[in-house]
Write a protein of this length. Structure first.
Length: 475
């Protein structure tokens, strides 16, 4: 009976052993082309994966989120040049298959339990590959590659269009394709980012410098300096801007159609163009000269020759100053250069102000306004119309005052107590020899051109009027 039990137990144990061995070998067989549990590659658990699936997983882990076909090759050259090629254009790919096969070959499937109990971490690096022919073709499509067989000297010359002068330059920096490919090869050997920066600065071909290069560039630099100048004229809220691009059109041209240097070593300007521009400055900034539209005290308006003491651009000085600034390439803001300075900016209240003398020669009346208020008024006698001595109609100003003056002219010498000169030899003064003023006296018995007033009024006016006070004369 005991023997029978022993036999049965032996059979069961043998069966268990057979089953265990069979199961163990079945698992070993399962891991014949798979990595057993406890296998780590680059710290990644690859249990149960075959080489193909492990390769895909490890490549994703090696550079997360990067598809090698989408890697960008960025070629960078001088003066900010950069151009890109995608990995797919050159068949770029990464693969760990060989390394993974070697790891799998090292492992013995029947030792799978040992790996489970004692995990092992292996290292594997991807092998980068690409199609060299496709890389060469991609490089040759770059704009920086020299494809010309004709090695004639490049052209460099100054040309002009509606925008001004520009430098036409056939000297183009070009790179040698073989050197660029070599630079790319060196970077592709070690891919660590999704954008590969490839410096091709040393791959450029030394170009030929054409004859006359220095002279052309020197001339263009001087023209360009003018083109980049900008002078802003600003005074009392009024502005006018001279751009250098406008001024380059004022340069004199030689037989070759290009600007040239004068004896002083500077580019030569067409003086008439400079003069024309200073005329425009006068139009903008002058408050004297031209016409002044005046609102008469009695109503209505009249246009008068403007000879007020105002701002008048010194066009000669401005012409010289503008040329100097343009030649230096200045960018600046300044006041215009004035020959005279005075009041306002052209409108009646600006140019004349609120304190002035107004003489209505048709009405033979003089009005003196102080701060906009009529302070004095008087009848007057102006120049004799019949004899051609009519007082001129204009906007002028008191430019000189004197007490006790003898006025001299052809066949006369007349003493006056109060003299206020307003334009040329014409002034306001007392006329003690007259007993009447106003009316039509001036038409037949008027003055030699001056404005006669009673002595008492002349005294009052003399006391309040200052040199520079505007004087508006009209009929």
């Amino acid at each position: 009976m005991l023997n029978k039990v022993v036999k049965i137990v032996g059979i069961v144990l043998a069966g268990v052993i057979v089953l265990a061995v069979t199961g163990y070998m079945a698992v070993a067989y399962h891991f014949r082309y798979r990595y057993p549990a406890g296998t780590y590659i680059n710290n990644v658990d690859v249990r149960g994966l075959d080489v193909r699936n492990a390769n895909e997983l490890l490549l994703k882990k090696y550079m997360p989120g990067v598809d090698y076909s989408d890697i960008t090759l960025m070629f960078e050259g001088p003066d900010g040049y950069n151009e890109t090629v995608r990995g797919s254009d050159i068949g770029l790919k990464a693969d760990m298959t060989d390394a993974l096969n070697n790891i799998m070959a090292e492992q013995k499937p029947y030792e799978w339990l040992m790996y489970y109990l004692y995990p092992v971490n292996y290292s594997a690096e991807p092998v980068i590959s690409y199609d060299s022919d496709r890389l060469y073709e991609a490089v040759n499509r770059l704009k920086c590659i020299d494809e010309t067989d004709d090695k004639k000297d490049p052209v460099i010359e100054i040309r002009s269009d509606s925008k001004g002068y520009y430098l036409y330059d056939e000297i183009v920096d070009k790179a040698d394709a073989d050197k660029v490919v070599a630079s790319a090869d060196a970077v592709l050997d070690n891919i660590e980012t999704s954008v590969l920066e490839i410096d091709i600065g040393d791959c450029y071909i030394e170009h030929t410098i054409p004859a006359g290069f220095d002279e052309v560039v020197s001339l263009y630099d001087r023209i360009d300096k003018i083109a980049n100048a900008e002078i802003t004229f600003f005074d009392d809220g009024i502005k006018q801007v001279l751009k250098g691009s406008t001024a380059t059109a004022w340069l004199e041209k030689g037989e070759d159609g290009l600007p040239y240097f004068g004896e002083d070593g500077n580019l030569v300007f067409d003086e008439s163009k400079i003069e024309g521009y200073t005329d425009s400055l006068s139009d903008t900034f002058d408050t004297t000269g031209g016409e002044l539209e005046w609102n008469k005290f009695s109503g209505g308006t009249v246009k008068l020759k403007n000879q007020l003491m105002g701002y008048k651009v010194d066009k000669t000085a401005e012409a010289a100053q503008i040329k100097e600034e343009l030649l230096r390439g200045d960018v600046r803001t300044r006041r215009p250069l004035y020959e005279t300075e005075g009041r306002g900016r052209g409108k009646k209240k600006d140019a004349v102000g609120d304190t002035y003398i107004e003489v209505d020669m048709s009405a033979q009346k003089l009005y003196y306004f102080a701060n906009g208020v009529l302070e004095l008024t008087s009848d007057v006698v102006t120049g004799n119309i019949k004899r051609g001595n009519g007082t001129p109609s204009k906007a002028c100003y008191v430019y000189f005052k004197q007490r006790n003056r003898t006025l001299r002219g052809e066949n006369y010498a007349t003493f006056v107590n109060y003299w206020m000169a307003v334009t040329g030899h014409v002034g306001i003064h007392d006329a003690t020899w007259r007993s009447k003023f106003g009316g039509d006296i001036y038409k037949t018995n008027g003055s030699h051109g001056c404005i006669n007033v009673p002595k008492a009024f002349a005294a009052q006016l003399y006391e309040v009027v200052e040199e520079g006070t505007p004087c508006i004369l009209y009929y």
